[in-house]
Design a binder for this molecule. Structure first.
Ligand code: NAP
Length: 247
């Protein structure tokens, strides 16, 4: 097998922050498997990055489908033999429906992608990450998942940020994702694999109808830092580009 310097897989890489994380990692010399659930859009977005001279390959991956996850892991194994970085970026949200109205099925749907999808993808990719000299797992979380921030009695309840902070499905899915991050980090503490959660800030993407003021370039910065720091870096933490965040 050819020698590849570094190998990364980014889920939900066909657009938004995930596409930019794929671009930045490839710019740092990674072979990036840009994973997406839609083959046409996934291949087209990977092709755009290849046109920039980057080593980016599309891999089909719906994080809610076991067969798709296992097929993606097999493809990475065949084409690279290991993984150095896994970025669990794919996510969805129902942001504006108040908790009293949202159905339990709606919540389940969001958890399938934002929580159970991350668990299943991480488990499938772990054998490949264990072959890395410095495995890194980064989970895309959100300030909205912070219980400390959400329960602050001094919060401005008239703001748009407050409206989304009561987004039952999305916010609690990210709180659960933070807990998932800590569980995997603790299990892997004695290994070379580090696991952290990153908040990209409020970035203008499809997820929020482009309401976010930050660019995808700014949003990708912290996930990429957590994907590429050295052996002295943290594990089991929650960060944005201003530093550690409260749980
Ligand atoms: P986005 O532009 O809507 O991108 C979301 C990506 O996730 C898309 O590629 C989407 O694919 C993919 N995805 C959704 N469900 C999937 C599934 N079942 N299998 C595989 N891929 C799936 O949103 P974004 O803002 O870039 O969000 C990226 C991550 O950042 C998310 O985890 C989000 O929660 C987090 N985040 C974003 C913000 C923000 O302000 N934007 C703030 C905090 C955290 P399709 O195109 O096929 O739908």
């Amino acid at each position: 097998m050819e020698t590849i310097t570094k190998v990364a897989l980014v889920t939900g890489a066909n657009k938004g922050i995930g596409h930019e994380i794929a671009r930045q990692l490839a710019g740092l010399g990674f072979r990036v498997f840009a994973a997406a659930r839609d083959p046409e859009r996934g291949e087209a977005s990977a092709a755009k990055l290849r046109e920039e001279g980057l080593d980016v390959r599309f891999v089909g991956l719906d994080v809610t489908k076991t067969a798709s996850i296992l097929a993606a892991a097999r493809l990475v194994d065949e084409q690279a033999g290991r993984l150095d970085v896994l970025v669990n970026n794919a996510g969805m949200g129902i942001l504006r429906t108040p908790p009293a109205v949202l159905t339990a099925d709606d919540v389940r749907t969001v958890y399938e992608t934002n929580v159970f999808g991350v668990i299943a993808v991480t488990q499938a990719m772990l054998p490949l990450l264990e072959r890395s000299a410095a495995g890194r797992i980064v989970n895309l979380s959100s300030t909205l998942g912070s219980l400390e921030a959400a329960s602050d009695p001094d919060r401005d309840t008239s703001s748009a940020a407050y409206a989304t902070s009561v987004a039952l499905a999305y916010s609690t899915s990210k709180t659960a994702l933070n807990a998932v991050t800590v569980c995997f980090a603790n299990q892997l503490r004695a290994t070379r694999i580090k696991v952290n959660a990153a908040c990209p800030g409020h970035v203008g993407t499809d997820l929020n109808g482009f309401a976010g003021k930050r660019t995808v370039g700014q949003g990708a910065r912290e996930p990429v830092r957590l994907a590429t720091f050295d052996a002295d870096g943290p594990t089991g933490g929650f960060f944005d580009d201003a530093g550690p965040k409260p749980w």
